[in-house]
Design a binder for this molecule. Structure first.
Ligand code: KIV
Ligand code: ZN
Length: 512
């Protein structure tokens, strides 16, 4: 039996630290369920002590997930650790992940602590955590830029205190694959009790090498856990991408020789769900989950793939959840065909009511759009998965007029706390006029820092998926909306962002 590589997903914690990617408890729960379907080994559900909202999200996930281990991050202090343990109480398998910075720069400038104080605090925190749960992970933050001798001393001590996983973060994405691999190897060789813990890699993507660094940590360093996020979501340039690491290890099993527990056919649905929930659009040429990842445009390539698929394809699209048949359903398709398609796409809705609602939306869409592609279905079910219970505003209808030489005009009806309001405005274009009309009523004063439109299935007949990013009083939120009419999609995205701005939640930064 080959070694197993543990996949530790931190989309809901490190991924969520990306500005604008904050998620509600229900959104996180929904994604956690998808991660469990994907058979992720460990789900880092959040940072329980950072806010009441995060505590509730970790707790809800701990109570719902049975197959994967549920983990909460905590700083290395008794209060954070107790809060993490409290949130994880209902979990079948739980882990506390505690961390403290160990680089000279972070200790001196950020923590204002001496190395001896950090050493003592790390030891005492792991001891405290081990009294609460059996599975404790320790991370020396900014580990890769830390002094090797100090790191050896502190990691040996925390393993003695019972840390079961040692994670070595490249917090700022500074590593180079070979050097990072050798760094892990040296730590494992120099620390006398290193075999008592599982070694883990955690790489950020600032130089675009998070996946390469993680793989080197595995292959050269002997790490057996990789920390990663769906779509590589995360602060700045993001984290190591789950889909890339998983497909690299699976496709090149001849080289890595490692077993994975992941059910890869759920990858695409997870990617869509995360992108739709956070508003972080996946670039078309993104490996594995980008719209072009399996598209062959050049005549030579198409000819080759038709004769023998492996001439130009190293993975099978179906293995990561892409349907082999791109045009799937239309207005005559029934409920069973729709359910079958969901199954083929690796999507499981949580209840019959959700399936019925998704089918209703599918029928509405099919009335307006003759061909329904896999991407349309994935967008539709992602939207279905988002709870609108706490929404303050919702879209009802709009009309707009634009003509060459005239100022575009929009008239829109929205609900505000259940009551309908009609608003009108002129703007530079129909989208601008519609959003100005909404703003006239809501008066949020928020600044729009991003507006983007993506054609879900690539043609003008396609649904437009719009992302709007708003900034207000230091908070950044993303809203997403999809519709065959991009003006409507824009209004929905804007309202979704305004709804997020209404939900006040302050949190402590993990690296603060
Ligand atoms: O990047 C990092 O150092 C982290 C730690 C908190 C593990 O995310
Ligand atoms: Zn990180």
């Amino acid at each position: 039996m080959a070694d197993k590589l543990i996949i530790f997903d931190t989309t809901l914690r490190d991924g969520e630290q990306s500005p604008g990617a904050s998620m509600t408890r229900d959104e996180k729960l929904r994604i956690a369920r998808q991660l469990e379907r994907l058979r992720v080994d460990v789900i880092e559900a959040g940072f329980a002590a950072s806010s009441d909202g995060d505590f509730e999200a970790v707790k809800a996930i701990a109570n719902a997930i049975t197959e994967s281990t549920v983990c909460s991050l905590s700083r290395a202090n008794d209060r954070d650790i107790s809060r993490a343990a409290e949130a994880l109480k209902g979990a079948k398998h739980s882990r506390i992940h505690t961390f403290i910075a160990t680089s000279a720069l972070h200790m001196e400038k950020k923590l204002r602590m001496t190395p001896d104080q950090v050493f003592e605090q790390a030891k005492q925190s792991v001891r405290f955590a081990r009294n609460l749960v059996a599975d404790v992970e320790f991370s020396p933050e900014d580990g890769y830029r830390s002094d090797m001798d100090f790191l050896c001393r502190i990691l040996e001590a925390v393993i003695d205190e019972g840390a079961t996983t040692i994670n070595v973060p490249d917090t700022v994405g500074y590593a180079i694959p070979e050097l990072y691999g050798l760094f892990i190897k040296t730590l494992r060789e120099r620390i006398p009790n290193s075999d008592k813990a599982i070694w883990s890699v955690h790489c950020h993507n600032d130089l675009g090498m998070a996946v390469a660094n993680s793989l080197a940590g595995v292959q050269i360093g002997g790490a057996r856990q990789v920390e990663c996020t769906i779509n590589g979501l995360g602060e700045r340039a993001g984290n190591c991408s789950l889909e890339e690491i998983v497909m690299a290890v699976k496709t090149r099993k001849d080289y890595f020789g490692l077993e994975l527990g992941i059910d890869t056919k759920h990858i695409l649905a997870a990617s869509r769900m995360v992108s739709q929930t956070t508003g972080f659009v996946v670039q078309p040429n993104k490996a594995v989950v980008g719209a072009n990842a399996f598209a062959h445009a050049s005549g030579i390539h198409q000819d080759g793939v038709l004769k023998a698929r492996d001439t130009y394809e190293i993975m099978r699209a179906e293995d990561v959840g892409w349907g082999s048949n791109k045009i799937v359903l239309g207005k005559l398709s029934g409920r069973n065909a729709f359910k079958q398609r969901l199954q083929d796409l690796g999507v499981e809705l949580d209840s019959e009511a959700e399936t019925n609602a998704a089918f209703g939306r599918f029928k509405e869409l099919a009335d307006r759009k003759s061909e329904i592609f896999d991407e349309d279905i994935l967008a539709l079910v992602s939207e279905e998965s988002i709870s609108h219970d706490n929404d303050v505003f919702s879209f009802v209808k709009l009309s707009q007029h634009s003509e060459t030489g005239e100022m575009p005009f929009a008239s829109i009806v929205i609900t505000d706390r259940g009551k309908e309001f009609a608003c009108e405005a002129h703007g530079n274009g129909p989208v601008d006029a519609s959003l100005k009309a909404i703003e006239k009523h809501v008066q949020s004063g928020a600044e729009m820092v991003l507006y983007s439109v993506n054609a879900i299935s690539g043609s003008t007949e396609s649904q437009g998926e719009v992302t709007v990013r708003l900034q207000n009083n230091g908070r950044i939120v993303n809203g997403v909306g999809s519709d065959p009419d991009i003006v409507v999609a824009s209004a929905k995205a804007y309202l979704s962002a305004l709804n997020k701005l209404q939900s006040k939640s302050e949190r402590v930064a993990a690296q603060g």
